[in-house]
Design a protein around this ligand. Structure first.
Ligand code: ZN
Length: 59
């Protein structure tokens, strides 16, 4: 998994919230899964710690 870093502060990853939103650990910026833009075949994932990331397209 490649961790997605907040575009607002450029410092911290996003953690999943009970609301289903993703919140930056540092600046508090919130995004939704719909805000994520990926290349073809890439998918977003959440690791066991609740951190947002993505998986590259399968070969
Ligand atoms: Zn941030």
């Amino acid at each position: 998994m490649t961790t997605i870093i907040c575009a607002e502060c450029g410092k911290a990853p996003f953690g999943v919230q009970p609301s289903g939103l993703f919140r930056c650990d540092r600046c508090g910026s919130e995004i939704t899964a719909r805000d994520l833009v990926f290349d073809e075949g890439e998918v977003w994932v959440i690791d066991s710690a609740g951190t947002l990331g993505y998986l590259p397209a399968p070969n």
